[in-house]
Ligand binder design. Structure first.
Ligand code: 9WN
Length: 431
């Protein structure tokens, strides 16, 4: 069974390979996405390391001069109508920092990349590749600390729900509701996504209105770091994004050390961000981390599986890790199939609608790796086993109903296949 599943996962990665990057899904997502590529590189590391290196190089070809690593690098030659919002709508030529080619979006996604680079090197050592990636990775992390650490405490902000990678999570509802959209501020647009996935499985009309309004707000500021920092209407410190950064800084320190360079500054930044997660994002009553609204100063509801991901970076000590284990094995997240991305006991939970409840393979994978790293290998093994069972029944779908196990969204989804392959090939992120 394991061999068959591994062969099927490899076949998905093969079909979605374009020659320079792996499409997240065959129809819905025709371009290169940032954290998708990092997960795909992790899956390819033991299977096809040269391809993993090409994937990461292709993504970093879209890096901006100020270190911003864009969440989408648009495939050359693909019509603008293939995905919305396409390169034309982003209009990143307003920034002197954006590359002219390849064309890109103007926002970011969780920084899994240093971890992916390290894992590719770990599976197939190649100091030349590490040397090539060091500077772009440092520029990327420098950008996050310089442009996104709004209070100078080590926590970095996201300025768009798409930057979290968990687009319509209820974690963003209150902050988005506080933004009023002036009439006519959002030019008309097509919902290209609805041609490929049912309405009930995708973000709502209101969600898209808010997403597209925020895109206009970036454009109005010319994608200028200082102007965005000053008054951007949406600024959230998300536990997943920050925890992934802590882990990435530590992996960057490993990369530096492997090249005979001093990585102490990266370790120090990791410590600072980890401390800020501990001090500012922990909800003692819920026993879970939550997102902090940096504009209102309010800690949001501790109801997201993203609040478990600090385990991935070894952020919590044993007592908090034990509370996270209680939370994740309880009714809120672990239904018939793990893990619901939003607490099932909360009224905002929807088992079908994208990031408002369905189980996603990348969240399971991050949490399982975190459980291993924090001394809970049994729970990690159960979680990984349950994910493999889910995928073997429902296929490499984009996300899954945590109650029925039904698969939703894109078929042949690349990161589901890649992370399944990673689990099956027995490679584990070095903690
Ligand atoms: C917007 C590609 C991406 C993932 C995100 C997921 C979804 C895009 C969309 O698809 O977002 O970036 O069109 O909905 O939410 O995590 O990277 O797979």
């Amino acid at each position: 069974m394991r061999q068959q599943l591994l062969a099927a996962a490899r076949a998905v990665l093969e079909r979605n390979w374009t020659g320079s990057f792996t499409r997240p899904g065959p129809h819905l997502y025709p371009h290169q996405w940032s954290w998708d590529s990092a997960f795909v590189a992790i899956g390819n590391a033991p299977l096809n390391a040269p391809r993993a290196r090409i994937e990461l190089r292709s993504l970093f070809a879209g890096e901006w001069r100020n270190g911003l690593l864009p969440h989408i690098v648009f495939a050359p030659g693909m019509p603008d109508s293939a995905y919305f919002p396409g390169a034309g709508r982003w209009d990143t030529a307003r920034s002197p920092d954006a590359p002219r080619q390849p064309r890109t979006s103007g926002i970011v996604q969780p920084p899994v990349h240093a971890t992916a680079v390290w894992q590719v090197h770990d599976a197939a050592p190649d100091p030349g590749f590490l040397r090539e990636m060091l500077e772009p990775l440092v520029a990327w992390h420098d950008y996050l600390h310089r442009a996104r650490d709004l209070r100078g405490d080590g926590l970095v902000a996201i300025h768009h729900p798409w930057e979290s990678g968990m687009d319509n999570s209820p974690a963003w509802d209150a902050a988005l509701a506080a933004i009023s959209i002036p009439p006519g501020a959002v030019p008309r647009y097509p919902r290209v996504d609805l041609a490929h996935a049912p309405d009930a499985e995708r973000p709502s009309v209101l969600d898209y209105e808010q997403y597209l309004y925020l895109v206009e707000e970036f454009k109005a500021r010319g994608y200028d770091e200082a102007r965005i920092r000053a008054d951007f209407p949406f600024a959230m410190a998300d536990p997943l994004f920050n925890a992934v950064l802590v882990r990435a800084e530590r992996d960057l320190a490993r990369i530096a050390a492997a090249l005979g360079e001093d990585g102490a500054a990266f370790e120090e930044r990791a410590e600072r961000t980890a401390r800020a997660i501990e001090d500012r994002l922990w909800d003692e009553e819920a026993g879970l981390y939550a997102a902090l609204d940096l504009r209102s100063g309010r800690l949001g509801p501790a109801r997201a599986a993203a609040g478990l991901v600090p385990l991935f970076a070894g952020v919590p000590g044993p007592a908090r890790a034990a509370r996270l284990v209680d939370a994740l094995t309880g009714d809120g997240f672990w239904a018939s199939h793990p893990l619901a991305t939003w607490d099932r006991r909360d009224p905002a939970f929807d088992p079908r609608r994208y990031w408002r409840g369905p189980a996603w393979a990348n969240v399971d994978w991050l949490v399982a790796a975190g459980l291993r790293a924090s001394g809970h290998p049994d729970v990690a093994g159960r979680l990984e086993g349950a994910l493999l069972e889910l995928v073997s029944k429902a296929g490499f779908r984009e996300y899954f109903d945590p109650e029925t196990g039904a698969g939703y969204g894109s078929r042949d989804f690349s990161w589901t296949a890649a992370l399944t392959a990673d689990l099956l090939s027995g490679a584990r992120p070095a903690s």
